[in-house]
Design a protein around this ligand. Sequence first.
Ligand code: ZN
Length: 200
Amino acid sequence: MTAVPTRPSSNGRARNPGPQPQLDLLRAQRAAADFLTALGLCLDTESTTDTPARMARAYAELLTARPFQPTVFPNDAGHAGLVVVRRIPFHSLCEHHALPFIGTADVGYLPGEQIIGLSKLARIVEHHARRFQVQERLTQQIARHLEAVLDPPGVGVVLRAEHLCMTLRGVQAPGATTTTTALLGTLADDHRLRQEFLDG
Ligand code: ZN
């Protein structure tokens, strides 16, 4: 695993992808019919006649995150230690092959004046995962989002995922996982904190 410390870009901290893109289901369904026919699937059977519509709906579901509010609270108790939620399951779609990559996220931060509901860390992961992605960008977006919402002294994100485009095709390396890391602020700069986050 390589830990790549990252810092806010000079033009501001957050590069969130914004609202979910509008999905055109009918257009996707028509295109799926062409796509599947071109790949040899006969759509004239009882079993397959609705396959283009099912395929369009399935992809739409994979590309739609549930809406949420990242509720934050004052850090009244003055908690000063790392807050980490580990092994948050996620799935996304690789934008190079439109195939899933599936894995877990460790998301943590060092609280400053605010804390966030723990379940919201999983919702931030889902918000960015349910769209066409590359794992490196997804990792950065989760970290920047948490930084923008909380303004904490430090943020850390580690994603481990299996990419079906790599394990089912191409090099065909079943079980191979890809690890990406984003560390911001004190988690990038403080050796002890970084190790606590990465080793925990
Ligand atoms: Zn891919």
